[in-house]
Write a protein that binds this ligand. Structure first.
Ligand SMILES: C[S@@+](CC[C@H](N)C(=O)[O-])C[C@H]1O[C@@H](n2cnc3c(N)ncnc32)[C@H](O)[C@@H]1O
Length: 248
């Protein structure tokens, strides 16, 4: 499962910015939204451990806001891009390959509160059992101030009842006069394949498995792992493109 996700995001790393209308504007607006959430929900002394940092969408944005950020991801290719971006920006963000289902990464300081990030629907890429394992480890650690995640808005029941191979998400946007289409397909109740098409030609067709969960199922996983509360923040309240949750 993890190897599939790693290969998938290694392939996606170079085209990832194309999935947004204006990636730089997205980074700026996501950074402002998460910075505000952190200021409400995490102590001002907290540092950030972005456990699914990808190419750095939120990690770089938060470093720009002055947070100390440590970035982790399964995908080495995504972290290479993040590292290069941090150097260009002149911000210090450490990068380490780590599987969040293994829990708290080693090497993080023990003497300050940590806000862990699982943004961009990262929890969907882990099965219930593996996610629970990682979350139990985070919940048990006294330095964990909060886990802040986000999920896609989709209907898990529609994905569960879709025939295998049915397209369950499609979004086309114009970039520099070229159309970019991003599609997800379903199989057996899970998202399983993504295509990115540029100007009518498929540039990437990659396979992984992602579980679409109801909010109640996400809450049950966090609370079952030992977190005492899970609050949702709607996109119109946070100014973030997905519903966010804060587990404490
Ligand atoms: C949709 S991307 C989001 C990346 C970034 N947070 C953003 O919003 O641009 C999901 C990320 O989760 C990472 N990921 C998925 N499962 C993971 C795991 N078990 N451990 C660490 N990273 C994982 C993927 O490699 C990918 O970079």
């Amino acid at each position: 499962m993890s190897r599939g996700t790693r290969a998938f995001y290694d392939q996606l790393a170079d085209v990832y910015p194309l999935l947004y209308d204006d990636f730089e504007a997205e980074v700026t607006s996501q950074g402002a939204a998460i910075d505000a959430v952190l200021r409400s929900w995490a102590p001002s002394t907290a540092i950030i451990a972005d456990l699914a940092a990808g190419i750095g969408t939120q990690a770089i944005a938060l470093a720009r806001h002055g947070w100390t950020v440590h970035a982790f991801d399964l995908s080495p290719r995504a972290l290479v891009r993040l590292d290069a971006w941090a150097r260009r920006e002149g911000v210090a963000v450490s990068t380490t390959v780590h599987d969040f289902t293994a829990g708290r990464p080693g090497g993080l300081p023990r003497d300050c509160p940590i806000a862990f990030l699982l943004l961009g629907n990262a929890v969907a890429f882990a099965t219930d059992d593996k996610l629970s394992c990682g979350l139990r480890d985070l919940a048990a650690d006294p330095s964990t101030a909060a886990v802040i995640g986000s999920t896609r808005v989709y209907d898990p029941d529609a994905i569960a009842s879709a025939p295998c191979g049915a397209c369950v998400f499609e979004h086309t946007r114009l970039r520099g006069g070229q159309s970019v289409t991003h599609r997800w397909f379903a199989c057996g109740g899970r998202d399983y394949r993504v295509e990115v098409e540029l100007a009518g030609t498929v540039q990437l067709s990659a396979v992984t498995m992602a579980t679409a969960r109801h909010r109640s199922a996400i809450a049950a996983l966090f609370l079952g792992a030992g977190f005492t509360s899970l609050d949702w923040i709607e996109p119109n309240a946070a100014g973030f493109y997905q519903p966010m949750f804060v587990a404490r």
